[in-house]
Design a protein around this ligand. Structure first.
Ligand code: NAD
Length: 289
């Protein structure tokens, strides 16, 4: 195995220290950044995710609150909860945990979160910000993938990147973050696969970001020698967590590769907390260092 393994934890550690220092400075002004997690119904994966959020929030000094609504809550109740949180000046960040119960309109509910408190970057205003390169609260998973890419120290400008997965909160914003750094970006998706062109595009990618939720979609043999591979996928196969890239053979060809688990995932909560800090600064008009 020749690739450098890009683990999320060491990158998160450095960022967490900076977040904690900035939070302490805000607290000196009497402000504690506060993140609220809204959960509708119960879900095992989001229970684990919320526990991780709470633990990491405590470690950097961000206040963390949970709001739980029953699985049979009506959309109007969720909407009312979000409106109340939007108006509460003590709350700086809101995350609506997914999945929502069947039948609930995710886009409509996420759209109710005030853009200034949308620390997961799911509203149209923040997705528009990442699109234009203007300041905003960018989607935390996309930020995490991009931060790991930057942690290689490799110059990104002019590189050929391929993103597989075109979701609004992962694939598209990762592509935009790279585009804003003058990377040449190709987006691939099910249409690319249907056209039999996935192997072709992967084979010429100097940077490969995969966010599909399809276990081992990318065989290691497709990966270009010396590529940087960022695997966002989280899939459970026979009780084990695997990514979207066939790790061992890909690591033999790549220069850098993220493991799954242990790559993008651990950094995503850090980016959520960094967004909460940023949101608190913007709402209280205190400048961050
Ligand atoms: P999504 O289902 O919204 O989007 C998946 C995308 O992949 C779609 O655009 C689809 O066109 C594409 N796709 C699916 N099958 C494909 C195929 N066979 N060939 C080519 N393209 C294909 O998913 P998402 O929310 O973007 O999440 C993607 C993955 O990232 C999932 O595994 C999810 O669990 C993971 N994820 C990880 C984190 C993290 O912190 N590490 C956070 C969010 C999501």
């Amino acid at each position: 195995m020749s690739a450098v393994i890009l683990k999320g934890a060491p990158v998160a550690q450095g960022l967490n220290a900076r977040i904690a220092a900035d939070v302490a400075e805000l607290q000196a002004h009497g402000i504690t950044p506060c993140l609220v997690s809204v959960q509708v119904g119960a879900d095992d994966a989001s229970r684990i995710y919320r526990n991780a959020q709470e633990k990491k929030a405590a470690a950097v000094g961000v206040a963390y609150r949970r709001v739980d609504l029953p699985a049979d809550a009506r959309e109007e109740e969720v909407a009312e909860t979000l409106r109340t949180l939007n108006c509460d000046p003590r709350i700086h960040g809101i995350i609506l945990q997914t999945p929502l119960p069947k039948g609930m309109n995710l886009d409509a509910m996420q759209g109710l979160i005030a853009a200034a408190k949308d620390v997961d970057g799911v509203t149209e205003a923040n997705l528009g910000a990442v699109m234009t390169g203007r300041p905003g609260l960018y989607p935390s998973t996309a930020l995490s993938a991009f931060e790991l890419l930057k942690s290689t120290g490799v110059s990104l400008r002019g590189k050929e990147a391929v993103v597989i997965g075109r979701s609004a909160i992962v694939g598209k914003p990762v592509a935009m973050l790279m585009l804003n750094e003058r990377v040449t970006v190709t987006m691939c998706h099910t249409g690319t696969q249907g056209a039999g062109m996935l192997a072709y595009h992967v084979g010429r990618a100097e940077i490969l970001v995969v966010a599909t939720g399809q276990p081992n979609l990318v065989p290691g043999a497709w990966v270009k020698e010396g590529a940087i591979v960022i695997d966002v996928g989280i899939n459970e196969v026979d009780g084990a967590i695997v990514g979207d890239v066939e790790f061992v053979p890909a690591a033999e060809r790549a220069a850098y590769i993220t493991p799954v688990p242990g790559g993008v995932g651990p950094l995503t909560v850090t980016m959520l907390l960094r967004n909460t800090l940023l949101a608190a600064c913007m709402q209280t008009e205190i400048e961050r260092r």
